[in-house]
Design a binder for this molecule. Sequence first.
Ligand code: FAD
Length: 390
Amino acid sequence: MHILILGAGYAGLRAALDLAEAKRAGELGEVTVTLVDRNDYHQVITWLHEVAAASVAPDKARIPLEQLLGAGGVAFHQATVRGIAPREQRVLLADSEALSYDRLVVALGSITAWPPIEGLREHALPMRWWDEAVRLREAVLHNFALAAEMEDEAERKRLLTLVVAGGGYTGCQLAGEMAHWVPELADHFGLSLLELTLRQIEARERLMPGWDERLADKAERILRRKGVQILLNSPLERLDAQTMTLKGKNPMPYGLLIWAGGVQAPPLLKDSGFTTGVQGRAEVDAYLRAKEYPDVFVIGDASLWMEGDKPLPGTASHALRQGEYVARMIRRQIQGKGLADYEPTNLGLMVSLGGSDGVGIALGIPLSGVTAGILKEGIESWYLSTIGAD
Ligand SMILES: Cc1cc2nc3c(=O)[nH]c(=O)nc-3n(C[C@H](O)[C@H](O)[C@H](O)COP(=O)(O)OP(=O)(O)OC[C@H]3O[C@@H](n4cnc5c(N)ncnc54)[C@H](O)[C@@H]3O)c2cc1C
């Protein structure tokens, strides 16, 4: 039997490590496990805003898979997945290569969603992957270096205007982190703090829509205290190289705009014939299997699990627990046992807001300030220890 896992992120890596351990313990018999990813490293996505704002070194957030899979039990194949042919039990890779499987675990995460806003794709910077976070950090440094040489005051101020577009938790984390970094940069380049602008824009009436309102209010207060100008009810309508236009407003100059306005599942799910719903995520049954294909599990951000009428949010915490669950179910299948229903564990969400600040809900208890920030750091260290990266 061949178990193929697509994606070495939070969900896929967890599934691979658990199956590898079972294989080494002799629980899987003749089964082979292959993990496919286009990169030869695991990305610590929950650190990307810190990579972008220079509070975490880039290489810390990119861990070689060779190191993580060193104990054996799983083969790694570096390739880009182009499509899935579920009826033929085959995965199509770049360069016309294909891999066949008996059980497939799709854990390809999500991609930046680009709504049809004029100029957005051409001029905004995304931050969904490690290389994009590194590019963003370089772009900020570049703008400050240019500003330091710029004699024209209006142009200098434009270069020093950073906009985070999107008030979800990713946007909040990035704005909080940038609020700490940009004054340090101004000092380093001999620029006046008075010429810096850090702005966060959100189309809806509050930050972190969809999450607990108390959490969102606290996040807003903390970010404003750190000097972030928050513009709510401000949908972005148009972007050109130097100005952004918010609904009902005149164009405003900006230096860099980071698009943190949402994610969607990779289109290859729909293109491969899976039934998809909200954000293009694949609909799954009670065991996280793709509706029409019982030999295909879909987990992490790519999977659409409904809790009542609400989709389970895409978080690292849900992704890694789904990876754990699927590895357990595959083991049960191999041992001839039945499947147990998937039940999501809502441990909460911790949002870092720069320095040691944060907000969050842990096991239903709202937290904010340094307690939340320190707890988030603790969760991240714990995560690294669970994948053998500490
Ligand atoms: C900046 C940022 C900060 C975040 N902070 C938090 C946080 O603090 N807490 C939290 O719980 N969640 C956070 N999230 C959300 C969290 O990171 C995601 O929910 C989580 O990564 C989902 O895990 P996954 O395994 O589904 O996907 P991922 O971890 O994204 O893994 C997907 C993997 O698939 C690979 N891949 C994708 N497409 C292909 C392809 N075509 N071919 C081959 N390989 C492919 C990728 O290289 C990647 O390794 C954050 C997200 C972002 C963007």
